[in-house]
Design a protein around this ligand. Structure first.
Ligand SMILES: Cc1cc2nc3c(=O)[nH]c(=O)nc-3n(C[C@H](O)[C@H](O)[C@H](O)COP(=O)(O)OP(=O)(O)OC[C@H]3O[C@@H](n4cnc5c(N)ncnc54)[C@H](O)[C@@H]3O)c2cc1C
Length: 386
């Protein structure tokens, strides 16, 4: 009798419809792992612009096994690195640029000191004043983030996941009495009913009104920081060597990161600035001076890289930053059925699979088992939202 009652409660707790807000790498991973775990679950991804039109389509896509070990995020990053490898086997990783890479920390100085950088022939080794091998193919990898995010969504669609692009979510619907999440209101005022809602809106997560108490509107502690990047096609093949640079230019320190990709292109990104977050990914502005600086720094690192190279893309996107530097992954306190996966800052491509798996376990099994409990605690929303 007792076990029958428990079974009924369990069945009643199975979600009927999950709405994932945002089709970046995190939203795509949530849809992927939820649909893998429960292929008959009704899942809708609601995206304001298009799939991977924000940072998840414009970032570097560099992945590292152990570079988060010194922070509380270490176990999640390690799990996610391993999931990337697993996904690459399942989803034909070569189709989205997955491969292992070496990584170097390089400081350039003028006048040229000629220290040299062994085995990295495409770098201007005469200006290298310091270098270190900071990762190898055992610990580092990369994906093309736009193609990766689309591969995750495409696979989820095969299990019936619906992706609705073009209308953003403007409000959550909560039950007046229980406070339970009941769905979302879109910008055109249409309503999608759902007993589970997952907020994966990247830097825009902080703009969604979560709960109104009197005159106070609770929002997630998330903001955005803009960063620029370019994609170029050099005249020659560059080996799988990611370069993390330090350069002094015009009295300022810069740290551009240079990632050669298997499609014969090279991605270079610069640091963040304080341009405010626009209302949507489609309205992100590109600052020509920031792009010129990246080009100049790329040329200092490797004059031959730019010689005759075609600049394919000049772009900018926003890092999703939380107020304490850790992502928010878990259920929103006091609102049953409302979950959050956001605030991954500069490691969102790396950590998106673990985030998707963690949230799928939490939503369907009510417990995260794929990473240790201590890691679940540090990213949970408890005491971090109001
Ligand atoms: C220059 C740069 C380089 C980076 N390099 C790396 C790297 O090498 N490795 C790495 O691991 N990470 C890297 N990152 C970080 C990574 O790109 C991000 O952490 C990650 O893409 C965040 O994914 P997301 O899905 O949370 O957010 P996003 O990619 O921002 O996606 C959020 C989505 O939500 C949608 N949305 C917003 N508002 C609404 C709404 N109201 N309704 C519906 N949808 C909405 C947006 O349109 C968007 O599609 C880099 C970031 C930058 C800026």
């Amino acid at each position: 009798m007792c076990s029958r009652r428990l079974q009924v409660t369990y069945i009643m707790n199975i979600p009927q419809h999950v709405v994932v807000i945002g089709a970046g790498a995190v939203g795509a991973s949530v849809a992927y792992f939820l649909s893998k775990k429960k292929p008959d679950l009704k899942i809708s991804v609601v995206e304001k612009t298009g799939i991977a039109q924000a940072a998840s389509g414009k970032s570097g896509g560099f992945l590292a096994l152990d570079w988060c070990d010194s922070s509380d995020l270490g176990p999640i990053a390690r799990k996610s690195f391993q999931l990337h490898e697993q996904l690459a086997k399942e989803l034909d990783g070569a189709s989205y640029g997955y491969r292992r890479v070496d990584a170097f920390d390089v400081t350039f100085a003028t006048p040229e000191t000629g220290k040299g950088l062994p085995n990295v022939a495409w770098i201007n080794d005469k200006s290298v004043s310091y270098f270190d091998v900071i990762g190898t193919t055992n610990t580092c990898a990369q994906v093309h983030p736009f193609k990766f995010t689309n591969a995750m969504i495409d696979d989820a669609k095969k299990r019936g996941v619906k992706v609705l692009c073009g209308q953003g979510v403007k409000e959550l619907i909560l039950d007046d009495t229980s406070g339970q999440s009941k769905g979302v209101v879109l910008e055109d005022d249409s309503i999608i009913e759902a007993d589970v809602v997952v907020v994966c809106m990247g830097p825009w997560s902080g703009q969604l009104p979560i709960q109104t108490t009197g005159t106070h509107i609770a929002r997630l502690p998330i903001s955005g920081a803009r960063a620029h990047s370019i994609v170029m096609k050099p005249r020659f093949e560059i080996p799988p060597q990611a370069i993390f640079t330090h350069t002094l230019l015009g009295g300022k320190h810069y740290h551009p990161e240079i990632y050669p990709r298997p499609d014969s292109t090279v991605y270079v990104c610069g640091g963040p600035d304080d341009e405010p977050l626009p209302p949507s990914a489609a309205e992100v502005k590109v600052n020509v001076t920031s792009i010129d600086t990246i080009l100049q720094l790329s040329s200092m690192a490797s004059p031959s890289l730019l010689d005759g190279a075609e600049i394919l893309t000049r772009q900018a996107c926003y890092l999703p930053n939380s107020s304490d530097g850790l992502p928010l992954i878990g259920e929103y306190p006091g609102i049953p059925g409302l979950y959050v996966g956001t605030g991954h800052s500069c490691w969102g491509i790396l950590n998106s699979p673990a985030t998707g798996l963690m949230l799928s376990e939490l939503i369907l099994d009510k417990q995260i088992k794929c990473v240790p409990e201590a890691a679940v605690e540090v990213v949970s929303l408890k005491y971090r939202c109001c």
